[in-house]
Design a protein around this ligand. Sequence first.
Ligand code: ZN
Ligand code: ZN
Length: 346
Amino acid sequence: MKALVYKGPGEKAWEERPKPTILKPTDALVKVIKTTICGSDLHILKGDVPEVISGRVLGHEGVGIVEETGSAVSNFKKGDHVMISCITSCGKCAYCKKGMYSHCENGGWILGHLIDGTQAEYVRIPFADNSLYGIPEGMDEEALVMLSDILPTGFECGVLNGRVSPGDTVAIVGAGPVGLAALLTAQFYTPAEIIMIDKDDNRLAIAKKFGATRTINSAKLDAKDEIMNLTANKGVDCAIEAVGVPATFELCESIIAPGGHIANIGVHGRSVDLHMETLWSQNITITTRLVDTVTTPMLLKIVQAKKLDPMQLITHRFKLSEIIKAYDVFAHADKEKALKVIMTCD
Ligand code: ZN
Ligand code: ZN
């Protein structure tokens, strides 16, 4: 089969690899129909995720068709259409029992990270019963690729941890796919204001279409001053960080209202200053989380009921064999006006 293989920092290749096989009774082998590229894949390619070894097949999102199942898999059979969760979970360990699948002692984020991933013609999925989701008849499979990672990530790490509530003023820092996923799912709770902050006017225009009540271009304006002006110097009830650099997290610290919640989503590669000299008395919470995908079944129902349209996040489409081109487009997202790129098997 063909696969997108990480070759060490800055290097990747679309090359021939042996088709994966069932290794454990709980495994399923899935033929990948559609997959996508995540910001984390770019982090890996930059060399920011050193545990990813050269030779690893990348990718942790996608939909496919079950090709073969191990003897212990009971929820799925050959021919079933499935959505692949970015988080692999055994369902049996202490963390899984708490619903903290991201820290599963036997799984977690392993696809395209510690084991071969979904940017390939076939992928082996461990603990298939708990890590795959059946696709109901007639559902759009492209939309479902957005449920592998970005929708539950924006919702769980941003909206739920940020305790977005009716009437709240919410700021989302970063209008990339995950920030936009937080914007879409924050609206389940009817906040009064959602202020989107980014440096890219195109993404801010999309945020407006997706329901942002205001946008701030932080390359042109001082985002802190703007937020304080908009909120009568109070700040926001919820600040969602969806970038992962010190400046954006510190912006969240500087705009949070008393009693507010800072919810981090961004993948941070460097330490960040925590301004306890101003925050100690402010009754705020700061949360961190790796997506657990515990809300995936709920999000699936909302998408199925057409109350949420994740197709809006898809801007580019390629054949799976054109994945190198797709990476080029995704890596230059601002120039290409790209959000999520979808690759479909040839
Ligand atoms: Zn991801
Ligand atoms: Zn587990």
